[in-house]
Design a protein. Sequence first.
Length: 322
Amino acid sequence: MANATSSSPRILTFGEAMAMMVADLPGDLADVDRFHRRLAGADNNVAIGLSRLGFHVGWLSRVGTDSQGRFIQQALKAEGVDDRYIHLDAHHPTGLMFKERAEGGADPRVEYFRRGSAASHLSVEDAASIDFQSLTHLHATGITPALSESALELTRHLMQQARESGASISFDPNLRPSLWPSEAVMRDTLNKLASLADWVLPGLSEGRLLTGCDTPEAIADFYLARGAKAVIIKLGPEGSYYRGTLGGTLESFLAPGQPVAEVVDTVGAGDGFAVGVISALLDGRTPLQALNRGNLVGAQAIQVVGDMEGLPTRDKLQQIEQ
């Protein structure tokens, strides 16, 4: 597919998008008979969030030549995401998921139908037309390499090529243990990928599982010792923790969380946080400003139904940052 914008994307994300059927009412999914369709996928949530803030973002993936694949393409195009790296796969279906309507801020239960999906067949060949010299930033997650061996090879290839071309790289582990053959394989693979990134963005429980360390400082030092320039740890309602050298010298601090009157849907909070942090650092803001924006955008994301519906435009961001 071609995009109307002739210049190559400055920012690239990649992975699997799915059509998501969200229950209209709370209760066991077996008892729900009405759903509405939304777009799901950590990598494309970040692409949409950055696009809404005015960045030229491309998204690389594979979708089936089915109705759900067309839905995903149309949804991303409507958000201004550059679609030139979306590959159509006539042999494999687009992934699908169902999400319950949780109450009281609880994490909703989710059921996936993604095994053998078009995106699980992502490979290095899908990156053949990428203009790495135009890239200033690559965002990767730990979900894509869990999809298949060829998707892992693609992840490694994109991170290595972006690194060689001088682009900055962010990596959100975004753990999906059920997609991995074992916890040990997950830990080893994701820690090796994290060593290719400049900015590593785990949640506290993710960091503990991946590193075997307990405190935010120890988790951060684990990744700093492996080449990261900054480790930014999500602490949920408590905010986020930074330890890194982006300011020239090693510094650490805690950025307090944003108060939220009502938590509607916790899914997508981490992607919103990533949008805030990445956009601020690409805007030339300080690490503290980046964490504050991450906390702010993450708080917006959990106040609406859906994974990315709460992500702000640049105008909205300027209003809420005041």
